[in-house]
Design a protein around this ligand. Structure first.
Ligand code: MN
Length: 726
């Protein structure tokens, strides 16, 4: 027991020393607490190697502290990265004890881990983007790299199936990913380890060959570098020079790509000169020295200092030929460039913390981060992004698994319907429900990255107009619209059929204009809309096509307006002349015939109600008169100075720009007829108008009515009159 305590104390001390050596600041208390919690949480578990499980989070924390050093929060998160999954401690506990940042990183690492479980990787690029879309803190990715690196280093203990799966995943997802982050060293190690498990024979063959060649290589490198070293010393340049073999996987890849045996992969010999000072100019100075000793190969020169790679890699690459005609690649870079190349983001971070960087370098770093993720973050927010480690990548995209484990990319807030159309339009057209991660959900449920979606279809299901309200993809929208249009075409056809049958039934003939007028009278924009309504049984043609009924409907509206008009016209005309003069006798207008100015009239003397003014043609009056003929009195409309009276016209037509102008022109251009009032109401594409105007007599009025009827788009023009029916 005591030995365990001592051992653990030593482990913790080592970790803290490593942190102190590599990190800008170290919260010893927090690291100690995380160390102890991790120890406790994993105390009953062991690894495939038989070691206590705790060795894993501990080694991951060591990698984070030493190999991709960023900050102490990352180290704490690394210690705790498997706690949630493997113990009863939950996220809120971690948040309470270690702060929100640590909790979020641990949560992120756990979630990423869950995504890959049991999935065949078929679209690596989509996987990487999905990862990024889920990760909001750079440190999540770094801890995940460290986690993966340690798992790869200890992969020999797990079964061969799992070895292959993890190695494949590493090669396709994590290695290219670490390259994007500029973590060259991590990338090489991940690739070589993956290579080892995916192609053991080739790997071991290469290892053997390199070992055999080591002596030869080392002595060659010594001979090659000797004159360079001498010159550099002469010029008092502080440097490190190394002849390094390229990492195994890249040699292997080159052999395959160029179809050449190991021996012929010429740049197996590569020399790297790292300059101690951070003066970029010295790199070019050194280049000059190398070129003065060996002959450069012109088209093999690359200046990544002036034009850094997208992952911000900086270095000069030149290939030279020695006296025996052997080509050697020489890389020249400053110490800082080297660190950036090897440690990527972490190195940048270190320089930032140490105030190594000026603001413009900081800006470059931010730009680089953007390039890395291929997606621009919100411009001015870049500094905040840097300060908070926050990422905002691919936030407008989500990645969804098919039941077979394929990944489909969709816009954020996409629904099962979008997903269904993404798979196939047939699936979309017939989707009736969806299972998301095994649970049935409504079709408008927003999906999230990493969801697995299984669409349920039914032959009887068809797209619904309401789907348009929630689908997000262009594909789904276009397909649904297409279906709706097709469905509408069929509706119109059906409606037209019914319409024509009804016309036959009532022995009616309608030309195109008539159909449009009819549609308008029913408040449909055009015949297409009418046919659709007919097909949907919204229009009762039997009722409407009966001529009598049609008239009754018209009358109703007219009467309403008539009362109003009659009052205006009568008031305007002035007091009725009774028996030739303006007498102070009480009179009123008979409701039975409703005379209006211009009508020939006669007075009927009643008992108690004074004189009733009737039209001369009123049948009620004629009947009354038959009973006692002596009660009539001659009356007439007063004659104004210019002998005009107010008449009313009701007018119905197609609402179009300029229609009002046409109407008033028709009236006023006829003998300077004056308009008293115009009242137009439009409904859909129809308008209904009530016009009052001054006319000399009924003849004058009927001429104007005729003129109005000639206007295009006018359906009916009638004098206001309550008695036309009957
Ligand atoms: Mn782990």
């Amino acid at each position: 027991m005591i030995s365990n305590v001592t051992k653990n104390k030593k482990l913790l001390d080592d970790l803290i020393i490593t942190c102190r050596n590599n990190l800008p600041s170290v919260n010893i208390e927090l690291i100690t607490k995380a160390f102890e919690l991790s120890l406790e949480a994993h105390k009953n578990d062991s690894r495939a190697s038989g070691e206590p499980y705790f060795t894993h989070p501990y080694e991951v924390a060591m990698i984070v502290a030493k190999e991709i050093p960023l900050d102490d929060i990352s180290v704490v998160s690394a210690l705790l990265h498997d706690v949630i999954e493997d113990s009863d401690f939950d996220l809120s506990f971690i948040s309470k004890e270690f702060g929100k940042e640590v909790a979020e990183i641990v949560d992120g690492v756990t979630k990423i881990g869950g995504i890959f479980k049991g999935q065949e990787i078929s679209q690596a690029e989509n996987y990487r983007k999905m990862l990024l879309s889920m990760v909001k803190d750079i440190r999540v990715i770094l801890v995940k790299f460290a986690d993966r690196l340690h798992n790869m280093r200890t992969l020999e203990f797990v079964n061969p199936d799992k070895q292959r799966r993890i190695a494949q995943e590493t090669l396709e997802i994590y290695a290219p990913f670490s390259h994007r982050f500029g973590l060259a060293k991590v990338k090489w190690e991940l690739e070589d380890l993956a290579f080892k498990y995916l192609n053991k024979e080739a790997y071991e063959d290469l290892v053997r060959k390199i070992k055999n060649k080591r002596k030869e290589r080392e002595s060659y490198i010594a001979r090659f570098t000797a004159p360079i070293i001498e010159k550099l010393k002469e010029h008092k340049i502080e440097f490190e020079i190394s002849g390094r073999p390229k990492h195994l996987y890249s040699i292997y890849r080159k052999m395959i790509k160029r179809n050449k045996p190991f021996e012929e992969i010429y740049d197996l010999f590569a020399v790297r000169i790292i300059i101690e000072s951070n003066d970029t100019n010295e790199c070019y100075y050194v280049l000059g020295i190398v070129n003065s000793i060996y002959t450069p190969v012109p088209d093999r020169f690359k200046d990544y200092i002036s034009i850094p790679k997208t992952n911000n890699y900086q270095s000069i690459h030149t290939t030279v030929i020695d006296s025996q005609g052997r080509m050697v690649e020489v890389q020249i870079r400053t110490n800082k460039m080297h660190e950036v190349a090897e440690k990527g983001v972490a190195a940048h971070w270190k320089y930032k913390e140490n105030k190594f960087t000026s603001d413009s370098n900081l800006e470059n770093w931010v730009n680089w981060i953007r390039d890395v993720f291929e997606s621009a973050s919100k411009d001015e927010a870049s500094k905040e992004l840097l300060a908070s480690f926050k990422l905002n990548l691919y936030q407008d995209e989500i990645y969804i698994f098919t039941p077979k484990g394929d990944l489909r990319r969709l816009p954020v807030n996409s629904t099962p319907v979008d997903f269904a159309f993404e798979i196939h339009s047939k699936v979309g057209y017939h989707c009736i429900g969806a299972k998301v991660n095994g649970k049935i959900v409504p079709l408008d449920t927003p999906l999230h990255s990493g969801d697995q979606v299984d669409i349920i279809t039914s032959k009887n299901q068809h797209p619904n107009k309401s789907w348009m309200l929630f689908v997000k993809t262009h594909k789904a929208k276009a397909a649904i619209r297409r279906w709706i249009n097709k469905e509408e075409e069929q509706l119109v056809e059906t409606g037209k059929d019914i319409w024509e049958k009804k016309l036959k039934k009532y022995k009616l003939t309608y030309n195109n204009d008539d159909v449009t007028k009819f549609a308008n009278s029913q408040k449909y924009e055009n015949s297409i809309q009418l046919f659709k309504a007919i097909a949907l049984d919204k229009v009762n043609l039997d009722d409407l096509l009966l001529p009598k009924k049609d008239k009754e409907v018209k009358e109703e509206t007219k009467e309403l307006e008539f009362d109003n008009f009659a009052t205006i016209a009568r008031t305007d005309a002035g007091a009725i002349l009774i028996d030739g003069s303006n007498q102070n006798v009480k009179y009123s207008f008979a409701k039975c015939c409703n005379p209006i100015p211009g009508d020939p009239i006669v007075g009927y003397i009643t008992i108690g109600e004074g004189i009733k003014i009737h039209r001369k043609t009123c049948t009620d009056l004629i009947n009354s008169v038959k009973k006692g003929g002596d009660r009539l009195v001659p009356v007439q409309w007063p004659t104004a100075d210019d002998s005009l009276f107010v008449a009313g016209i009701s007018i119905v037509g197609e609402d179009s720009p300029g229609i009002l102008k046409d109407i008033s022109h028709s009236i006023t251009s006829y003998h300077d007829t004056n308009i008293k009032s115009v009242n137009i109401t439009a409904n859909n594409s129809m308008f209904k108008g009530a016009i009052t105007l001054y006319v000399k007599n009924l003849d004058h009025l009927s001429r104007i009515v005729e003129r109005l009827k000639k206007n295009k788009g006018i359906y009916s023009v009638e004098r206001f009159d309550s008695t036309t029916s009957g």
